[in-house]
Design a protein around this ligand. Structure first.
Ligand SMILES: [Mg+2]
Length: 263
């Protein structure tokens, strides 16, 4: 059953836990979606709110994104948070220690091969189609492209990538104006599950907030063990709760700030 987030339920759950493990997606959740992936901006108010929450002794914050680690840290510079990048392939803990999931060398080889071929194939479609080596997946952004160019680019990508992945361990994921080819078994559910285990050992309530199809693995992982909160109303999500939009993300962060201060 999916329902609009009810703060009383959340407050009651928080009262029953010692701590909070807050996991938040970046694009479309903390930062507005941007026309070009490298121009995304974290609003100052959200940065301040997340930083304050991260500094609270009873709260751990993790930013969970499909972006590369370098990109994510540059766009979302915070102190004392966990970063899970590349859809959970790479995670950086508070002490700067990194955890890697999967055979990264093999993944990089496949990705680089596909990236080079795809970039050459879509070049004639102009600047509206952007191909990105993330570097553990290949993403093709078409937010700035004409509808015809976007359609052609997607067809080219769908034809070109699978033959270059003979072991069939990658698959396509459609996001917001982006088509991505990435490892099947590595997704946001991996860091979310890892952090749920950490949270449970510390009697913390795990919460994961995200907006996109790539967050569904995270919502699935947290379904019975914490709270999945989807940004944007949906009846097909694995998240148990939803909030309307990014304005409500900010309001939720503000509210969390007040409730943990009072506690
Ligand atoms: Mg997102």
């Amino acid at each position: 059953m999916r329902q609009e987030l009810n703060r009383k339920i959340l407050a009651d759950k928080l009262k029953g836990s010692n701590r909070l493990q807050l996991m938040i997606d970046f694009d479309g959740t903390l930062a507005p979606l941007s026309s070009k992936p490298n121009t995304a901006k974290l609003p100052q108010a959200n940065r301040h709110l997340v930083q304050l929450l991260a500094e609270h002794p009873d709260i751990e914050v993790a930013i969970i994104s499909g972006r590369s680690m370098e990109d994510l840290r540059r766009l979302c510079p915070l102190e004392g948070v966990i970063y899970a990048a590349d859809h959970g392939i790479r995670m950086q803990l508070f002490n700067q220690r990194c955890i890697w999931f999967g055979n990264i060398w093999k993944i990089q080889e496949t990705v680089t091969n596909i990236y080079k071929r795809l970039r050459a194939e879509v070049k004639h479609l102009g600047d509206g189609v952007l191909v990105e080596n993330k570097p553990y997946s290949v993403a093709m952004h078409y937010r700035m492209a004409s509808r015809a160019a976007a359609t052609e680019a997607k067809e080219l990508f769908r034809k070109l990538a699978p033959p270059l992945n003979p072991e069939n361990d990658f698959h396509f994921i459609t996001g917001s104006e982006v088509l991505e080819f990435r490892p099947k078994d590595l997704h946001k559910g991996i860091p979310v599950r890892y952090l749920i285990d950490v949270a449970r050992a510390r009697d913390a309530l795990p919460i994961f907030i995200g907006d996109d199809t790539t967050d569904e693995d995270g919502f699935e992982a947290i379904q019975h063990q914490g709270m999945g909160i989807k940004v944007g109303h949906s009846q097909t999500t694995h998240a148990t709760y939803w909030i309307k939009d990014q304005t409500e993300v900010k309001q939720l962060l503000e509210w969390l700030q007040t409730i943990v201060t009072v506690k």
